[in-house]
Design a protein around this ligand. Structure first.
Ligand SMILES: Nc1nc2c(ncn2[C@@H]2O[C@H](COP(=O)(O)OP(=O)(O)OP(=O)(O)O)[C@@H](O)[C@H]2O)c(=O)[nH]1
Ligand SMILES: [Mg+2]
Length: 618
């Protein structure tokens, strides 16, 4: 088996294509289906009559979810680059291509999607434009196949091209030690914890002893599945679900690796780094980065051996903030810490034993580090630390900045103060473990509040908030509406919760713009015995899947539809009354008035007297 991946700009038709090819909707969650947008990786099984098969990984196109795309990208061997024929290549078409250029893609097929939207006479043009833009990328010279999932045009040609590509691929290092980056973790009632991922190399058999890294926990494989079918053994290139008895869901996460005991973790990796064209000029000798290995996002510092020199390729050392598994020959991608721009990628040359980078510490640095460690969990300013270490304040501040960039020291804001990573490591680990456990217990919630975290780890909330803010700044946790969550986490409702909201926000096909009553929904939520409904509701509102308008509740798709009609009307008429709006959307005054006010409040429209204009015109 091999892995096919989708890539391409938001809304260009990746998930529709996967659905057309396999019959499986890769958008697993109600939020995705309601918003019509992929948020996280989706998976589907592609089978041909002659037994050739593949796993498909479908990625989100929206740039906000690029970290999720990256978690799936390393496993891809055959790339389906989806470009909407009516729009042509766009920002994430090129960004995804740049990323995949560093990874393991062996064969690319360009899918010119939505071909039904382009007149017959225009198609040759659209094809030529795509070919031109994709020159010099991994898609250079790839076949371009026009496809429509509406009319099914081109699907058979595409199937044949995929089949030929799969049949030509070599097996993935079956004799190498197994290496499985985890991309999903969930609990299955009666079975315990299941992890899934793409087996990058080697074989795994039932009963085998493996190690969960980082952490080094020894585990035994109870059972294996490939797309729902039980297997006794699996090999490289398969999408694998592994049942791990005795492992709690909160103990393992996307980014961990299930690996053979041969692998050891390290923080010190020698790499060959290839910068994207033009990016080297904007880098320093040492640049704080996010490095993507397998399904993991690892924070660290990329130190180039030399900044100057010809070409975009450099020998470099990647110092990771926490030990992780990397393998010689492994391909990776790096983005800047903030803003998260793609800098380049490369391959691992050698993995050094941990701790090798500490040799060149000066006495000042050592004294400051001792002062930091002595302060424990008490944040100290540069002046205080300088005094304790007998170092001038300005010099202390400069050294502390370097230690922060190297990931040895954590900086807190308001007022600026520092904590040694050693001192905080335990707190950070406890925060992360608690957040992960809570996410597993209540996957429908947006995350965990600072108060809940402070209680769980028995520390003062103000200190916890300062630590959390810095974790968010660092890209180690995400914060939405006051809830903290790990980066790999996207909330997902339980089947009962989904069914509940499907039912009480159902749309009458005869009156597609009519909302449901918020009061009825809330009453039903209270009456229901389904746990977590109010948190699930907050999640749906926060993600835009549901929208509260006055005393009504709309689905996100309804609002999008109404807004499109409103904007079309306003572009034509320039200014409208509530009645004109009501008639245009085919609703009643009862709903039109609060809707109009909601569009005013959200900055779409501007009110002047009884009339509305588009804010973008005003
Ligand atoms: N006319 C036409 N519309 C299509 C076709 N394929 C997809 N669409 C529409 O395009 C929109 C986006 O399709 P998706 O498949 O969700 O796009 P996507 O690339 O998966 O989007 P993200 O995952 O959010 O990046 C939907 O409204 C589809 O119905 C097609 O072949 N023809
Ligand atoms: Mg999609």
């Amino acid at each position: 088996m091999h892995i096919i991946g989708t890539a391409g700009h938001v809304d260009h038709g990746k998930s529709s294509l996967v659905r057309a090819l396999t019959g499986t909707d890769p958008d697993r969650w109600i939020e995705e289906r309601v918003r019509g947008m992929t948020l996280d990786l989706g998976f589907a099984h592609l089978r041909f009559g002659d037994g050739v098969e593949a796993g498909i990984i479908d990625v989100p196109g929206h740039e906000r979810f690029l970290h999720n795309m990256l978690a799936g990208a390393a496993g891809m061997e055959v790339l389906l680059l989806v470009v909407a024929a009516n729009e042509g290549p766009a920002a994430q078409t090129l960004e995804h291509l740049a990323i995949l250029g560093y990874l393991n893609v062996r064969h690319t097929i360009v899918v010119l999607s939505k071909i039904d939207l382009v007149a017959a006479g225009e198609r040759a043009n659209a094809q030529a434009r795509v070919r031109e833009v994709l020159g010099g990328t991994v898609a250079d010279g790839a076949p371009v196949i026009g496809v429509s999932t509406r009319t099914n045009e081109g699907l058979d040609t595409l199937r044949e091209a995929i089949h030929a590509a799969l049949a030509a691929l070599p097996a993935r290092a079956p004799e190498a030690p197994p290496f499985l980056p985890v991309d999903r973790v969930f609990a299955l009632a009666g079975h315990g914890t299941i992890v899934t991922g793409t087996l990058m190399q080697g074989r795994i058999a039932t009963g085998e002893a493996l190690v969960l890294q980082p952490g080094g926990r020894h585990v035994r494989v109870r059972s294996l599945q490939v797309f729902g079918e039980k297997r006794d053994a699996v090999s490289g290139g398969m999408r694998v679900a592994v049942n791990l008895p005795g492992v709690e869901v909160g103990d393992v996460a996307r980014g961990d690796v299930l690996a053979a005991p041969e692998f050891a973790t390290s923080t010190n990796v020698r790499v060959r780094f290839r910068a994207l064209p033009g990016k080297l000029a904007a880098m320093r000798r040492r640049t704080p980065v996010r490095a993507y290995f397998g399904s993991a996002e690892l924070l660290g510092t990329l130190a180039l051996d030399a900044l100057e020199g010809a070409g975009d390729e450099r020998a470099a050392t990647l110092t990771l903030r926490a030990p992780a598994i990397t393998v010689p020959g492994q391909a990776f991608v790096v983005r800047r810490l903030t803003p998260k721009v793609l800098l380049g990628g490369g391959t691992v040359e050698a993995v050094a034993a941990a701790g090798a980078e500490e040799a060149d510490e000066t006495p000042d640095v050592a004294a400051l580090r001792t002062a930091l460690v002595a302060a424990g969990l008490q944040p100290k300013t540069a002046a205080e630390l300088g005094a304790a270490a007998n170092v001038r304040e300005a010099r202390a501040a400069a050294i502390l900045d370097e230690l922060v960039a190297a990931g040895r020291v954590m900086v807190l804001a308001r007022p600026v103060a520092f904590l040694a990573i050693e001192a905080t490591a335990d707190v950070l680990a406890r925060i992360e473990a608690f957040v992960r456990t809570r996410q597993a217990e209540r996957p429908w919630a947006l995350g965990v509040t600072s108060l809940a975290i402070a209680r769980a780890i028995a520390l003062d909330e103000p200190l916890v908030i300062r630590v959390l803010v810095s974790l968010v700044d660092d890209g180690r946790l995400a914060q939405r509406l006051g809830y903290y969550a790990t980066l790999d986490f996207s909330p997902s409702l339980s089947p009962e919760q989904r069914a509940f909201f499907e039912r009480y926000t159902a749309i009458d096909p005869a009156q597609p713009v009519v909302p449901n009553s918020l009061e009825v929904l809330v009453t039903e939520m209270r009456r229901s015995a389904i746990p977590g409904l109010s948190q699930a509701f907050d999640t749906l509102v926060a993600t835009g899947a549901l929208v509260k308008v006055g005393t009504d509740v709309y689905r996100g798709t309804q609002i999008a539809d109404i807004r499109a009609r409103l904007e079309t009307l306003l572009r034509r008429e320039k200014q409208i009354t509530v009645s004109a709006f009501r008639d245009a959307i085919g609703s009643s005054r009862k709903y039109a008035v609060p809707l109009m006010e909601w569009f005013d409040a959200t900055g779409v429209t501007l009110r002047s007297g009884d009339l509305r204009v588009l804010r973008e015109h005003a």
